[in-house]
Design a protein. Structure first.
Length: 143
């Protein structure tokens, strides 16, 4: 199952709690570089280096064909990119969990206005990480 199929199944089951989506992964990637290395055996290893909006770069396992004759640059690059994207899921999950924790902590702040509290609760219920981050930044002076 690929990321899109999993996302479709999640939506079909009505699972709406905050989560990282394939769209979140796409949105965070600012630049992609492919690095190639030719081994003495003739195998070509390819890594994708994904640079995120915040400047952080990640890479995944390399793609490589067992037999150099089966090497295909287009396929190898796609596989390398998928491998690197896999590394972003736990990072964005951690970021989202931290954002949710900060939002929950802020809900108990007595200085938070009722309007701010309602906006934050709505964003949390909707699972909208962008709205949560926006609500947090507008309340930042309180924390």
């Amino acid at each position: 199952m690929n990321d899109q199929q999993i996302e479709q199944e999640i939506q079909a089951k009505g699972l709406t709690a905050p989560r990282v989506t394939p769209a979140d992964i796409d949105a965070v990637i600012e630049h992609t570089n492919i690095v190639e290395f030719r081994a003495p055996s003739g195998q070509i290893l390819r890594w994708a280096v994904l640079t995120c909006r915040n400047g952080y770069a990640v890479t995944g396992r390399p793609s490589v064909a067992v037999s150099p004759e089966n090497d295909n640059a287009e396929l190898g690059e796609k596989m390398a990119i998928d491998n690197a994207r896999d590394e972003l899921w736990p990072l964005l999950g951690y970021e989202l969990k931290t954002t949710l924790s900060r939002a929950t902590d802020l809900l108990t702040n007595p200085a938070l206005t009722e309007e701010g509290r309602e906006a934050l609760q709505l964003a949390i219920r909707a699972g909208d990480s962008a709205a949560i981050a926006s609500a947090l930044s507008s309340c930042n002076a309180l924390s």
